[in-house]
Design a protein around this ligand. Structure first.
Ligand SMILES: *Cc1c(COP(=O)(O)O)cnc(C)c1O
Length: 394
């Protein structure tokens, strides 16, 4: 039996709270941090090499190479595959900015195609029409922690001889047909930004691949194209992973599976509770496609009837954390004007930007907080439904 204190009824619910996760492991984290300080080896080193081995194992990849961020992972991955000036990379307009900006930073041109309404992921049926003689790669994003329709993407990549660079920044531990994100293309790219499922104490990233030659190139591109003894084979970046980050991430990696299960449990419970509240005419729950393991970096519902902004305002007023990923699709960003896209070009991505709403779902989310989110969301949904019915009657 759950006892709800009346006190808790107007308590704010944060969208995400990283403090409880740290509190639960602070002694262990502080001890590895102290070890790094004691040794004063801050760049790369054993901690990074060990994390690379452990991430490779976790993803079942042959190689994993640490770098400075998920953004850098994407840029370096493209460069390592020889993609740059004059090349086109097909990707989704419904993602974090870095997906497309990394393509530009590598010197290539992003080519957007629309998404599937149910998964919010790139629509493979739209990819083929966008392939030109200049297309060199597809960059699928496993958005919110759910893998793309890889079977269809593999078929296209094979048929047109294209690379696949996975933007798996939100999807560590997610699976497609029993294989983990990161081994579903030529290179997999991960981010350890603090709010990702495996988050560091700052920026960090990782690239995975099964190809030993690509691995070698990724490794030298993260450090000025250096092959040792100040011998530079090509112009690379300074994008090394810090020992401090690796040390912290190694401690946290041991908990990743239990956090993933907690996220999945939150999602399952949201589904059950919203169904019981009878509000599924106003909000659509996230769907998990076949042969997928969804790791819920975000739990995003779709708010129907154009009610998203009203619902969000009500939640903000009642101090219930929520967020919009993403309010503006990438093809409509000012910096991409030169690509010549126009409003209405990718209707599903634009509709998702208008309808989507992320609810709190971090692994330590207290049950009482989740219950409060559901009760406030449901209350507002019923009000909105009432307004709709009144309008229709009038
Ligand atoms: C977080 C994220 C990135 C960038 O990662 P950083 O580590 O912040 O550079 C790229 N793509 C997606 C989809 C992301 O969520």
């Amino acid at each position: 039996m759950t006892i709800t204190l009346s006190l808790s009824n107007d308590r704010p619910v944060p969208f995400i709270d990283l403090v409880p996760q740290f509190n639960a492991m602070s002694a262990e984290i502080m001890s590895v941090v102290e070890k790094v300080f004691t040794e004063q080896k801050f760049i790369l080193g054993d901690e990074v090499a060990n994390l690379e081995t452990e991430i490779a194992q976790y993803c079942d990849a042959r190689h994993a190479i640490g770098c400075n961020s998920g953004t850098d992972a994407l840029i370096i991955a493209l460069q390592a595959l020889g993609i740059g000036e004059g090349d086109e990379v097909i990707t989704t307009p419904f993602s974090f900015f870095a997906t497309a900006s990394s393509i530009c930073r590598a010197g290539a041109t992003p080519v957007f195609v629309d998404i599937e309404p149910d998964s919010f992921n790139i629509d493979p049926r739209a990819i083929e029409e966008a392939i030109t003689p200049r297309t060199r790669a597809i960059m699928p994003v496993h958005l919110f922690g759910q893998c793309c329709d890889m079977e269809s993407i593999w078929r296209l990549a094979q048929k047109h001889d294209l690379h696949i660079v996975e933007d798996a920044c939100q999807a560590i531990g997610s699976e497609y047909q029993g294989r983990r994100a990161g081994v579903l293309g030529s290179v997999g790219c991960f981010s350890f930004f603090p709010t990702k499922n495996l988050g560091g104490a700052g920026d960090g990233g990782m690239m995975t691949t099964d190809d030993p030659e690509v691995a070698q190139r990724l490794k030298r591109l993260r450090v000025h194209g250096d092959i040792g003894q100040y011998e530079h084979l090509e112009v690379g970046m300074n994008s090394r992973l810090d020992s401090l980050q690796a040390a912290v991430l190694r401690v946290k990696l041991r908990q990743l599976e239990s956090w993933t299960i907690a996220r999945q449990e939150n999602a399952r419970r949201y589904g059950e509770m919203f169904r019981n509240e009878g509000v599924l005419d106003t909000i659509c729950l996230p769907k998990t496609g076949p042969h997928r393991r969804h790791v819920y970096n975000q739990y995003c519902v779709r708010v129907r009837h154009g009610h998203r902004d009203q619902l969000m305002q009500e939640l903000k007023a009642k101090k219930i954390g929520c967020a919009v990923y993403y309010p503006k699709p990438l093809h409509l960003q000012t910096c991409f004007k030169g690509l010549g896209c126009r409003p209405g070009q990718f209707p599903e991505a634009e509709a998702a930007s208008r309808d989507i709403l992320a609810l709190p779902s971090y692994p330590e989310l207290p049950l009482a907080d989740q219950e409060r989110v559901v009760s406030v969301v449901s209350e507002v949904c019923r009000e909105l439904r009432g307004n709709r019915q009144q309008r229709r009657a009038a």
